[in-house]
Design a binder for this molecule. Structure first.
Ligand code: NAP
Length: 495
């Protein structure tokens, strides 16, 4: 086992991990390392390569504020362009020399006497660091349901986040399971080339019309020459998205006009009354992620597409049987069934003060952090896009940036106070969680009449930030030292 020592150990190279590393480098810090399980940077934008994969937040907002890209080719850019953006940042800040590729964090523990994190990797290395920053996010463990009889299936089967590009779907009978954010993007892309598309829908999504448009070279050049113009677009996108937060957080009647747009869209696009009924959600819009596509319903209109709402009873060697006993021949199964969100942090396998295990502690007492960033009993560990900092209405990159700044404030505090570590006080964390859970009770995710991955198995929302994102900015723009206990190492440590 090789032992490496560093100041800050970052895990992951998505927007969070790279964003953190960039800010450290900008401050002239060299004492950081980044662990990346794959051979390339990019996080979710490296993993998801399904046809049509794109971001449903406009690119001028879904990018780091300090690293604007005037040259986005579309309003909503595709995965290759977002991945290229992240790779360009890794190159610009020479981050690759600080990244340990093919290094999968398999566990870590806090050494109280030396005030250091000890992190091991599946590849057999050990990293000792004063600070640990998780940039692993929540949407990275594919949720693959165990379908009865799936082991007998002789065709190909894969998850949307592990798209098998070796499988040519042309002329195939393809079963897609799930109708969430990923399916809405790839279904229109494959519908034209498959022989049959069998779309297994458990709950219809609210889908709003959205025409993606190219940003011509002249506009890109104008953005490059006049940064104020680009900032104005970013600001306009940001504030119009913020408007939705009012409806999502306790004023859901305000969402009715948006539902009206969704229903009118179904009526306009779908002529078959039976299909219309299947596609019309019966829950309040916003309860699940709101989707936007001008091509999804059109793809469902195709005579080659069938929307199946009778569930899946059984998979056989070359077919699937629904709960009505109807058997359909299938060559390929694509799971568009999302991610195991609550298991997102399991892979870190962290043990804090007194050997407290993060995941089992959260399972027993419920997921709780302060500001979604720090967790009592886990000194000097910081979570980017931690619990209750996800969004249903705006760009999570905005949240990540506030969290990175907060981590930097924590690092400064420790330095100025000549401490070795900080640990958030339990009552502070408790107060924060009580407050956001109280706010979330009135939120559309709990009152809207749907179930979603935003809620845990007991119906508690552990995922979404309740309110405006500027309120989160306000809450994180200072770090109140009284909320933290300052800790000293009991033994002298040099690094
Ligand atoms: P998702 O939104 O969680 O959708 C999963 C779909 O699979 C749902 O329709 C769900 O039905 C269905 N499903 C799950 N388990 C099933 C089962 N056992 N049997 C039948 N159906 C099942 O997953 P996703 O589409 O991969 O998206 C996940 C998240 O990733 C999104 O919410 C979003 O945050 C992010 N994402 C973002 C973008 C973007 O453009 N920014 C794009 C893609 C994904 P129910 O609704 O009934 O549970």
């Amino acid at each position: 086992m090789t032992v490496h020592r560093t100041g800050v150990l970052i895990i992951g190279t998505g927007f969070s991990g790279l964003g953190m590393a960039i800010e450290l480098r900008k401050r002239g810090r060299e004492d950081f390392l980044v662990l990346e399980k794959a051979e390339e940077v990019g996080g979710t934008w490296r993993e998801n390569t399904y046809p049509g994969c794109a971001c449903d937040v406009p690119s001028h907002l879904y990018s780091l504020s300090g690293e604007p890209n005037p040259y986005w080719s579309k309003m909503w850019s595709g995965q290759p362009e977002i991945l290229a953006y992240l790779r360009s940042l890794a190159d610009k800040y020479e981050l690759r020399r600080s990244i340990r590729f093919c290094s999968t964090c398999s566990g870590g523990y806090w050494d109280e006497s030396r005030a250091r994190w000890h992190v091991t990797t599946a590849e057999g290395d050990e990293y000792i660091a004063q600070f640990l920053v998780s940039g692993v996010g929540a949407l990275h463990i594919p949720n693959v349901p165990t379908l009865p009889g799936i082991e007998t299936f002789t065709g190909s089967a894969f998850h949307s986040a592990r798209w098998d590009h070796d499988v040519d779907l042309t002329g195939k009978r393809v079963a897609v399971i799930g109708t969430g954010a990923s399916a809405v993007q790839f279904v229109p892309e494959i519908a034209e080339r498959v022989a049959q598309l069998q779309l297994y829908q458990r709950t219809p999504a609210w889908v709003l019309p959205r025409r993606n448009f190219s940003l011509p070279k002249t506009v890109q050049q104008a953005f490059a020459r006049v940064p104020l113009l680009r900032r104005a677009v970013r600001g306009a996108v940001y504030w119009s998205a913020e408007g939705l937060a009012i409806g999502l957080n306790g004023h859901s009647a305000l969402l009715r006009p948006v539902e009206h747009v969704g229903r009118r869209f179904i009526r306009r696009e779908i002529s078959d009354p039976e299909l219309r009924a299947k596609l019309t959600p019966s829950y309040r819009i916003g309860c699940k992620r709101i989707l936007g596509s001008n091509t999804y319903y059109r793809a469902l209109n195709s005579p080659r597409t069938e929307v199946i709402t009778d569930g899946i009873a059984e998979v056989r060697a070359g077919s699937m049987v629904d709960n009505n006993g109807v058997e359909r021949e299938v060559d390929v199964i694509v799971y568009a069934t999302g991610f195991r969100v609550t298991d997102g942090f399991d892979s870190l396998n962290l043990a804090g003060l007194g050997g407290r295990k993060l995941v089992s502690h959260w399972k027993e007492h419920g997921i709780a952090t302060h500001l979604g960033i720090t967790a009592a009993g886990f000194p000097n560990a910081f979570f980017l896009l931690g619990p209750n900092t996800g969004l249903g209405h705006n760009s999570v990159v905005f949240m990540i940036e506030q969290q990175i700044k907060y981590v930097l404030r924590a690092l400064d505090l420790i330095e100025h106070r000549a401490a070795d570590a900080i640990d958030v006080r339990e009552p502070v964390q408790h107060r924060f969680n009580a407050e956001i859970q109280r706010k979330l009770r009135g939120g559309v995710w709990s009152t809207g009449g749907c179930t979603s991955w935003y809620l845990d198995s007991t119906g508690v929302n552990r995922t979404v930030w309740p309110g405006f994102t500027w309120q989160y900015w306000l809450r994180t723009r200072t770090l109140d030292p009284t909320e933290y206990e300052l800790l000293q190492a009991k033994e002298n440590v040099s690094v």
